[in-house]
Design a protein around this ligand. Structure first.
Ligand code: HEM
Length: 361
């Protein structure tokens, strides 16, 4: 498709598909031409355009600098050790259920400032945020929307409650930081703070789960990598990066054309839906030598697994850190990581997400 139909309109899905690296990058770096706005009812940083986007992003940015995130390393290590410990005796672990799902949820809960006594309830809410429909029917979809709306309400009032407490007695957590954040006299409204916390659950949990699982899957599929990374631990971080290129948790990013645009010899009309296939761009031979090979120390590696441009993933430093810590921990505790024989892999049912439902090793 990159060669023959790099920019194509799909009549059935009523949208444009963009496959080449250069074209995907063009779409993502031009928010004036390609908008992120979807529905106004549920507005967040992810679905706003400049100038509102910049204002929101600058305010929350300070909590996500690489330095602020690196400080979380010892705690993330502790969480990874605790989650792995019960499985060391049997030597078997359900990667998605036992490690890759709980780890990012606990990290985000602690970052936001959710008390540990509420952790279970918080996990249930988080799961509903990223849940898919039971099947492809309209009823299942509607049912899910109702469940998500109710969940959104419960989470909102839960976060509002914590916010009221932090307003009186600030703590060393994200909610307290967001309450105090101010740029040029501008502060976040209560609704924006709550919306941002909910966005973190939706944007940060399932993606990181899939990054961890996809990375472990590559180690199991190409076992020689395990020894290579043990001998060169400095390569673990670049191997995480290569995972984001080779098996990206998010394979497609949606936009809406704001003006009529010529791209790849095609005319995209204002109002058309545009899907940028990051999964394809990341394998574009024009950009990456040996694009279909996993090269753990690939440099440079300008993959678009975290997107590109003004919406580039805010949580990238955190996801990178979680990926590195988990791989280090697994490689140091397990002699050999292999998929339990005869396990059929079930892909997650989503056109935008790349991952499997379970990966027992
Ligand atoms: C945005 C991927 C982890 C928070 C994005 C975008 C991508 C992405 C592709 C751009 C979306 C667009 O352009 O429309 C990923 C992947 C992750 C990950 C693959 C894990 C491996 C996280 C984490 C957090 C997070 C851990 C927070 C704790 C966000 C936020 C945005 C975002 C807030 C919106 C940024 C903006 O609109 O300016 N992510 N993400 N993500 N991500 Fe991530």
């Amino acid at each position: 498709m990159r060669e023959q139909t790099p920019v194509r309109y799909d009549e059935n899905r009523k949208c444009w598909d963009i496959f080449r690296y250069e074209d995907v990058q063009y779409v993502l770096k031009n928010p004036k031409l390609f908008s992120s706005q979807r529905n106004r009812a549920n507005e967040s940083m992810l679905t706003t355009d400049p100038p509102k986007h910049k204002q929101l992003r600058d305010l929350v940015n300070q909590a996500f600098t690489p330095r602020a995130i690196e400080a979380l390393a010892p705690r993330i290590q502790e969480i990874a050790d605790d989650l792995l410990a019960p499985h060391l005796a049997t030597g078997q672990i359900q990667m998605v259920h036992d490690l890759a799902t709980p780890l990012p949820v606990i990290v985000i809960a602690e970052l936001i400032g959710v008390p540990s006594s509420d952790r279970e309830r918080f996990k249930e809410w988080s799961d509903i945020q990223v849940k898919g429909a039971k099947n492809d029917s309209d009823e299942a979809f509607q049912e899910l929307m109702v469940e998500k709306a109710k969940n959104h309400e419960e989470l909102s009032s839960y976060f509002m409650n914590i916010m009221e407490q932090r307003r009186v007695l600030p703590e060393d957590d994200l909610i307290s930081l967001l309450l105090a954040a101010e740029i040029d006299g501008q502060k976040l409204t209560d609704k924006e703070i709550v919306g941002f916390c909910i966005l973190l659950l939706a944007a940060g949990n399932e993606t990181t789960t899939n990054l961890i699982t996809n990375a472990v899957r590559i180690l199991a599929e190409q076992p020689q990598l395990q020894q290579q990374l043990r001998e060169h631990p400095e390569m673990i971080q670049t191997a995480v990066e290569e995972t984001l290129r080779y098996y990206p948790p998010i394979v497609a990013i949606g936009r809406v054309a704001k003006e009529t645009v010529e791209l790849g010899g095609q005319t995209i009309q204002a109002g058309d839906q545009v899907i940028s296939w990051v999964g394809s761009a990341n394998r574009d031979e024009q950009k990456f030598a040996n694009a279909d090979s996993f090269i753990p120390d690939r440099k440079p590696n300008q993959h678009m697994g975290f997107g590109f441009g003004i919406h580039f993933c805010l949580g990238a430093p955190l996801a990178r850190l979680e990926g590195r810590v988990v791989l280090q921990t697994l490689l140091s505790h397990m002699d050999q990581i292999q998929l339990v024989p005869n396990t059929p892999l079930q892909p997650i049912q989503s056109a935008f997400v790349f991952g499997v439902k379970e990966y027992p090793v």
